[in-house]
Design a protein around this ligand. Structure first.
Ligand SMILES: Cc1ncc(COP(=O)(O)O)c(C=O)c1O
Length: 340
């Protein structure tokens, strides 16, 4: 089995880098790496392709293989798209938090969707229950391939190229990379690329969600999918990030809406969070620095949540919602725009 170069898979990567000029002040320079320009609409096209490509090369995937993965969002959609073009069966294990739109997308691409509703008994985590169910399904199918994004090193290896693209796009002048973390594939891949190439001048700031446990935070309710995790992923290693920042769900929404308002950029929750991560650490950044923020996906998958006033009012209260609507007059974003 071969991947024919030139098809949809050749469109993965080489995503644009856009300088943010209106959402931030002139200095430091802030660029956004727009991963939503990948064909499946997110940065997860990179690991999905790398893992499938490597599976084929190793003889672990051929025409009769069933691909199995646990994902309620972008990874599932990325895999569904490539399985469709390769003619592979794909079973995607989702949980009850998956949005209707993502489930529809998965099904439209041809994935078989299996729903998990009960959290894992030991950890109390829906994510762990999904991972367990995916493993069970893979074990029950003789020719199956379990993607296992949380532990698969090819998830991280795919992002060597993400970091290389950024370094090349800025002729090596990257002082800060702001990177949202969940499976930690992006974080690990970017950090490994810098280490392997002796690039010591770039600091990585990992952006996590309040309520996520990746960096040892206290487990709590999280509303926005994408960044953060209820388990510490095996791909995570101590020291990958120079610094980590936890961003609240409200700040994440405020960041997304500010980016839409000022830049006309409709981006997903983790992009808004990463942007606000920069806001939270602005005092550490010199005006002469060049910062890059990874924007993992587009905002179209969040129209019923982040960009829906009723949802925002229901989650955060009508006062907060009004603040957002009234020209982004939240203290935090105003302060950020003055300060950066
Ligand atoms: C929208 C979004 N942002 C951020 C991430 C985090 O990336 P990683 O899993 O590489 O840590 C993901 C991962 O699924 C994502 O879908």
């Amino acid at each position: 089995m071969e991947i024919h170069e030139g098809g949809i898979m050749s469109m993965v990567g080489n995503t644009p880098l856009l300088q943010l000029r209106k959402a931030v002040a002139e200095k430091p320079r802030v660029f956004a790496k727009l991963e939503g320009f990948n064909p499946g609409g997110s940065t997860k096209d990179r690991p999905a392709l790398e893992i499938i490509r490597h599976g084929i090369k190793q003889g672990k995937i051929d025409e009769d293989t069933t691909i199995v993965e646990s994902s309620s969002g972008n990874m599932g959609i990325a895999l569904a798209q490539f399985c469709r073009v390769l003619g592979l069966r794909f079973i995607c294990v989702i949980d009850s938090r998956a949005t209707t739109q993502n489930v529809q997308l998965l099904k439209t691409y041809g994935a078989e969707v299996e729903l998990v509703t009960e959290p894992d008994r030991l950890s109390g985590e829906l994510l762990q229950a999904r991972i367990n169910r995916a493993r069970q399904i893979a074990e029950s199918i003789p020719k199956s391939f379990l993607v296992n994004q949380y532990a698969n090193i090819y998830n991280a290896i795919a992002h060597h190229r993400t970091m290389k693209e950024i370094v090349d796009q800025l002729d090596g002048k990257v002082d800060y990379l702001f990177c949202a973390a969940s499976s930690c594939g992006t974080l690990r891949g970017c950090a490994d690329y810098l280490a392997q190439n002796n690039i010591t001048g770039t600091k990585i700031y990992a952006v996590d969600a309040v309520g996520s446990v990746i960096f040892g935070g206290k487990k709590g309710k999280r509303l926005i999918p994408g960044h953060g995790s209820g388990i510490t992923p095996p791909l995570y290693q101590e020291g990958l990030a120079h610094h980590h920042i936890a961003v609240s769900d409200f700040d994440c929404v405020a960041g997304c809406r500010l980016l839409l308002d000022k830049e006309g950029l409709l981006v997903g929750g983790s992009s808004g969070a990463a942007f606000m991560g920069l806001a939270q650490t602005r005092h550490e950044i010199s005006p002469s620095a060049t910062c890059v923020i990874l924007f993992p996906d587009r905002g179209d998958r969040y129209l019923d949540t982040i960009f829906c006033d009723e949802w925002v009012a229901a989650q955060f209260g009508s006062q907060e919602s009004e603040k957002l609507k009234a020209g982004w007059a939240t203290e935090k974003t105003q302060h950020f725009r003055r300060a950066v």
